[in-house]
Design a protein around this ligand. Structure first.
Ligand SMILES: NC(=O)c1ccc[n+]([C@@H]2O[C@H](COP(=O)([O-])OP(=O)(O)OC[C@H]3O[C@@H](n4cnc5c(N)ncnc54)[C@H](OP(=O)(O)O)[C@@H]3O)[C@@H](O)[C@H]2O)c1
Length: 224
């Protein structure tokens, strides 16, 4: 049994991580802004309400945890895609990562962070990445900065950054692979179930320490 904290626990991936971690017998602390949006109740679940950009909140949810999994994304709580103003700056991933590294100095040993394929060194100029970066705007810039914070950090914490392709509803165990370098196309994807299971695995026993990776099912399009 491990003690895990999940940031972004009301998100689609975050909920999947929370459910799967509880099912596997782990103790979970879930950081949320909207507790009503997390429809999970369990004796091993503690829900903390707060903003991931708040250093005291991150210190509190990290304390005594074996690992933190951050699945932070869209900045505007409870809004649909059409209601989000993509021109606003986004900094939740960058700022929360800085706070997690401070928490690492106080004992946290492992962090697993969700990013986007197309951020950081995966910004490879491919048609997929150019289109993606245009589509998600400031949200991928926040992931760039998050990744840069890790590259510049002097820390003993073991981190894994998962650069996601399109995530979709599908079964656990859909064939997929992990790549440190890959050119994606629009057929790249991963199921929420496989992504959440992989993230929990990295939090428990990192197979890819201090690595930026992309997880995807086999490509079937032009770049395969
Ligand atoms: N979905 C995809 O196809 C896709 C593709 C590529 C990369 N990604 C990345 O993969 C990860 C998971 O994606 P997803 O679609 O599951 O995410 P999501 O559903 O958009 O969830 C994002 C989560 O972040 C939380 N959040 C945002 N700002 C916060 C703040 N300041 N304080 C606390 N919580 C905050 C949201 O809380 P609220 O519920 O309160 O808003 C929500 O729980 C994200 O990093 C995303 O950028 C996703």
């Amino acid at each position: 049994m491990a003690r895990l904290a999940v940031l972004g626990a009301t998100g689609r991936t975050g909920q999947e991580i929370v459910r799967r971690a509880l099912d596997a017998g782990h103790e979970v602390t879930a950081l949320v802004r909207r507790p009503e949006a997390l429809p999970v109740r369990d004796a091993s679940l503690t829900v903390v309400v707060g903003d991931a950009r708040d250093a005291e909140v991150i210190a509190a949810v990290s304390e005594g945890r074996d690992a933190v999994i951050a699945s932070l994304g869209r900045p505007e709580s409870g809004r649909t895609k059409d209601q989000i103003d993509d021109s606003q700056p986004v900094d939740v991933c960058e700022v929360s990562t800085r706070h997690l590294l401070e928490a690492a100095g106080r004992g946290l040993r492992r962090i697993v962070l969700m990013s986007t394929h197309g951020a950081g060194s995966s910004n490879d100029g491919s048609p997929y990445v150019v289109k993606l970066r245009d589509m998600v705007g400031n949200r991928v810039v926040d992931k760039d900065r998050m990744e840069q914070v890790l590259l510049e950090a002097e820390t003993d914490v073991v981190w894994t950054v998962i650069r996601n392709p399109y995530i979709y509803e599908g079964p656990l165990g859909t064939p997929h692979a992990v790549h440190e370098k890959i050119v994606l196309d629009e057929t790249s994807r991963i199921t929420y179930a496989d992504l959440a299971t992989f993230a929990i695995g990295e939090a428990l026993r990192p197979q890819y320490p201090n690595t930026f990776l992309t997880i995807t099912e086999p490509l079937t399009g032009s770049a395969s």
